[in-house]
Design a protein around this ligand. Structure first.
Ligand SMILES: Cc1cc2nc3c(=O)[nH]c(=O)nc-3n(C[C@H](O)[C@H](O)[C@H](O)COP(=O)(O)OP(=O)(O)OC[C@H]3O[C@@H](n4cnc5c(N)ncnc54)[C@H](O)[C@@H]3O)c2cc1C
Length: 381
């Protein structure tokens, strides 16, 4: 068994680290404080190949595997959780859905634009009344002539305002619940499709989160993604890979905060000694180190499986559950190591902690991950 990343992936890791040192780290605090999506970063991100991570080179993407995708999200999250969330949802959800289930024409239209940053992608499953019970969505798509009319409201949609297109899940047969859901790709500017209110959040403040409203929004059948009534089953596959990326995001936030805590423990003096000399501080650092290493094994394994197995839901859920909770614990300990200074905005640890909490909620809460894992256990028996 080889637990080391391949050299190709370490090279990607190094180049993303350099990108972040130059383009992200110095600005992340400012973006967070202003609660502003960094539009000026879209060009450099595209140039670095970070907006088409898994998109084949033929469509202008980087053509990388899921392990590379996880490594990239982790590396970006060490500096900025919001940007990592933007990359995860753009690459994994909106673009990922079209990459996996889009028609040739859809791939030709959307993938190059996503990879070049011309259009950021959003992906809209959640609604005001349906989150964990995602199949309980009420947005409808009704046949009219050669197309469909969409009506409904989506909630908490990343890139809801700044996106150029959105893959939206709608019911084509309400009575059939999860077996009556279909995906459509809708472009911004389509009559009847309006970004709703921008949502203010605890963390991930410079990622764009919004409501989306569909009012008699007509789309031709060519905008349907995948088979009619098959959208929810396809969505489960999108969520598997999405969960790996949120797990990688949590891991990166945990690592970023641990780096800060170690540096601070060496530097800060109390009672005439660096606080790192105190066992209470050492134990916090040690616990975080051990938990993050365990999280990394789960995350990289799930990412590796994603390119080899048709289904890896259990592994994706275990990675997300453990990494997101370990990530939050690591951020919380890092803040504790910083004492009162950690509670101020002078150090990034308070931002990391606020950002990390999202990983226990988005793309299925920790409770939902436990449900998935338990279901696998009980079905096996
Ligand atoms: C910043 C942010 C970005 C997001 N981006 C997107 C996006 O781009 N696209 C998108 O579609 N969605 C997005 N989401 C939505 C996210 O996936 C949902 O918030 C999440 O799935 C939880 O749904 P909910 O908020 O409705 O909570 P609820 O489902 O109402 O859950 C409330 C509580 O009840 C618990 N609970 C619910 N059901 C059960 C059960 N059966 N057993 C035990 N406990 C249960 C939950 O775990 C939670 O603790 C985003 C959310 C946030 C906050």
């Amino acid at each position: 068994m080889d637990f080391e990343l391949p050299e190709s992936h370490r090279e990607i890791q190094r180049s993303v680290r350099e990108f972040c040192a130059r383009h992200v780290k110095p600005f992340a605090r400012g973006w967070d404080e202003a609660e502003r999506f960094p539009t000026e970063l879209v060009g450099p991100l595209a140039e670095a190949g970070l907006l088409g991570i898994r998109v084949p080179e033929a469509y202008g993407g980087s053509g990388l595997d899921t392990l590379a995708y996880a490594v990239i999200v982790e590396e970006v999250a060490k500096c900025d959780g919001s940007l990592a969330l933007t990359l995860a949802s753009h690459n994994g959800l909106g673009t990922g859905h079209l990459l996996r289930f889009g028609s040739d024409a859809q791939r030709e239209r959307y993938l190059p634009r996503a990879a070049s940053g011309e259009w950021l992608a959003a992906w809209a499953l959640t609604e005001p009344g349906s989150g964990s019970d995602a199949a309980g969505l009420r947005t409808t798509a009704v046949r009219r002539g050669e197309g469909w009319v969409l009506n409904g409201t989506k909630m908490f949609i990343t890139q809801g305002i700044v996106g150029g297109f959105c893959v939206v899940l709608a019911s084509t047969n309400l009575a059939a619940k999860q077996r009556g859901i279909t995906a459509f790709v809708v472009e911004h500017g389509t009559p009847g499709f309006k970004p709703g209110r921008h949502l203010e959040k605890l963390g991930m403040r410079s990622s764009d989160t919004a409501e989306l409203v569909f009012e008699d929004c007509y789309v031709p059948d060519s905008q349907r993604v995948g088979e009619v009534d098959h959208g929810f089953l396809d969505t489960l596959q999108i969520l598997d890979r999405g969960r790996v990326s949120i797990a990688a995001l949590a891991l990166g936030l945990g690592e970023g905060s641990l780096d800060c805590a170690v540096a601070y423990a060496k530097d800060r003096q109390q009672f005439g000694r660096p606080i790192g000399d105190f066992q209470a501080i050492q134990w916090m650092l040690a616990d975080s180190r051990a938990e993050l290493e365990a999280a990394r094994l789960l995350v990289y394994r799930a990412a590796w499986l994603a390119d080899r197995e048709p289904r890896y839901s259990r592994e994706a859920s275990m990675a997300k559950l453990f990494a997101s909770e370990a990530g939050t614990r690591a951020c919380n300990r890092a803040l504790q190591v910083h004492g009162g200074y950690g509670y101020t905005r002078e150090f990034p640890v308070e931002r990391h902690l606020r950002d990390a909490k999202l990983c226990e909620l988005g793309e299925g809460t920790s409770e939902v991950q436990r449900l998935v894992i338990a279901r696998h256990l009980l079905e096996q028996r």
